[in-house]
Design a protein. Structure first.
Length: 109
């Protein structure tokens, strides 16, 4: 499975790499809210629950936000679904700092 994140709640925050991956995927799977955002670039299969992803192991799953940060990736790993690739767009952390007009700093270890 390929997992892509479209950013914090809107396709406008998706990276070009994510958009190209969605366009080039044979099967694209998403929840209803995300599916509505990507209708213009593909014809997604709408799922109602994460457990349905087990039926789409060869698909591109489109998640809102960052799939690695409070996202779907942990669920997929716990359920032994093989992850071929993960592509994130802008994260909620980046979005928050830009809206606050703040500089984020990472402490060096």
């Amino acid at each position: 499975m390929i997992v892509v994140g479209i950013g914090p709640g809107n396709l406008k925050y998706a990276s070009l790499e994510v958009i190209e991956k969605i366009k080039s995927s044979k099967t694209v799977v998403a929840f209803k809210r995300v599916a509505k955002d990507i209708e213009g670039i593909c014809n997604p299969v709408i799922i109602k629950g994460l457990e349905e992803l087990i039926n789409y192991k060869d698909a591109c799953f489109v998640a809102s936000g960052d799939p690695c940060l409070y996202g779907v990736l942990e669920y997929l790993i716990r359920n032994n679904i093989e992850i071929e690739e993960v592509i994130s767009s802008i994260s909620s952390v980046q979005y928050m700092f830009s809206k606050l007009k703040r500089v984020g700093q990472i402490q060096r270890l």
